[in-house]
Every structure is written in structure tokens, then in C-alpha cells.
Design a protein around this ligand. Sequence first.
Ligand SMILES: C[S@@+](CC[C@H](N)C(=O)[O-])C[C@H]1O[C@@H](n2cnc3c(N)ncnc32)[C@H](O)[C@@H]1O
Length: 275
Amino acid sequence: MRYREFLRFRLKDIVPDEVILPAGFHVVGYVALVRLNSELMKYASSVGEATLDYDHRLRSVAVRTGPTKGIERKPAYMVVAGSNDTTTIHTENGVHFKLDPIRVTFSGGNKGERIGMSKRVEAGECVVDMFSCVGQFALHVAKRNEVDVIAIEINPEAYRFLVENIRINELEHKVSAVLGDCRVVHPTHVANRIIMGYLHNTEQFLPHALDTLVEKGGTIHMHKATSDKSLQESITSITRTCKERGFVSDIEVRKIKNYSPGVSHLVFDICVSLK
Ligand SMILES: C[S@@+](CC[C@H](N)C(=O)[O-])C[C@H]1O[C@@H](n2cnc3c(N)ncnc32)[C@H](O)[C@@H]1O
């Protein structure tokens, strides 16, 4: 039975028929993350208990209480059923991520890009992940390739999970974790490839990414939440920043997902070489 039908049946004596129930939920390890409309919030614990019965692999159900905030992209969730210990292990294509999904962001919608990125990388490369979080890109890339990865993260809580995940996946010989602001702590002239998995005003970090590339250039994958109207402006600005640093750039744009009305999560694949 589908989730919504299951909820309707289970909650028929509690939730009025006219209240729209959620069609699904996002699973990270043993934790279900559910979005409820404002009318349903007062029934959140009933929805949570029903969700635990719907999928017996779950141990906790949390509902979203607000937008993801700040440079650390901290999500806002509240546990409504099951265990309050929401630290879990999420496994994706053989890579294990230990994390607390109600305290650090882990986007299900980026899974294809994480796996796809691990296939683009070539043996022998040095890859710098400037916004590593718990290792979403860094671990996939290192698991599949003979490469060196430098994973930078500013949030100490996400960094601790990153360090643990490097150990859990036995990737200590390939991945080194760096705690700090990538604009300050990035290494200089070492990378063949750079991953910039951060959506907000990402262009401000591009000069630092260019300084991180080896002198002859390389490839930068710059993620950005971009409106249709501002796409050309972004391409012009990337081209200009590369030029100011003495590089020519060849840019391809890919869409990852819808981000908000009129705004898409895009990746700018920027191939950078000397003029
Ligand atoms: C939304 S998460 C994305 C994680 C992963 N890159 C992905 O795309 O799935 C962005 C991460 O970048 C980190 N971050 C933000 N600003 C940073 C900075 N200046 N230097 C290093 N990390 C930063 C945040 O703490 C957060 O963990």
C-alpha cells in the first residue's frame, strides 16, 4: 500500500479527510524525514508513529520545522516518533556515511551527481572538495578511483563525521580532511579537479578554487542555485573571473534538480586552461 493511503487508513479517526497527507518521505539511514503542511503539524506525532509502522527499518521520524539556514546549511527538524538518537549510517553505492540528518544536510536529490562525479574522475588526479560536509562527494570519488582527495569543511560537527567516515570506509590513504573556511585553508596549485558543492553565491569562492588548481589549469565543478534569468550572467562572470587569473574557460552547464520556483540547482563544469 502506498504511504499516503496507509496514513489515510491509519489516521482516519484522527485526521479530517480534507487535510492533505504527505505522499512520501526521505530516508537517511534509519531516519525518516517528513514534510508536513501547517494543518498537519498538530498531528505530527500520529503521522510519525504511523510512519514507523509503515516501514519497520525506520527507528526515528523527524518533521521539518523550518528552512535550512546559514553558511553551514543547518537543517531544522524535530523528532516526532521513535528514538531521539538520530545519528545513523546511510549506505549509498557501497559508501557508508555516518551522520545525523537532522543536524547536517544530506540531499537525496544529489545522489546521481555524487555517483556520476566518481565516474568522471581519472586515476592519478588530486581532487579538492571545497564544501565537503560529511564527505558526500569526497568519499564516492575516493572509493572508486586511485586519487588523492583533500576534503575541506567549515562546520566542526560535519567535519567530525567526515573524519569518522574516512575511517569507516578505510580511505585514510586517499582522503585528508581539513577543518576551516575553504577561502583560507585551501592548498595552492595542487588540484587537477575541484568540486564546489555549495549552492549559494558560489562564484565568490571561484578565485580561491582557481588558486587551488595546478598552474596549467584543470576542471572545476561549480554548483549554484540559478534562476533562468541569471544563467547568462553567471556564465559571463565565471568567464571574467577565469580571465582575470590568466585562464581561458570552457563551460558546460547541467541541471541537477529544481531548487525552488524558477530556480534550478545547476552544475557549471568549467574546464580551465592557460591562455
Ligand atoms: C549543503 S552542504 C553540501 C555538501 C556536499 N558538498 C553536497 O553537495 O552534497 C554545504 C557544506 O559546505 C560547508 N561550507 C559552507 N561554507 C564553507 C566554507 N567557506 N568553507 C568550507 N566549507 C563550507 C557547510 O558547512 C556544509 O557542510
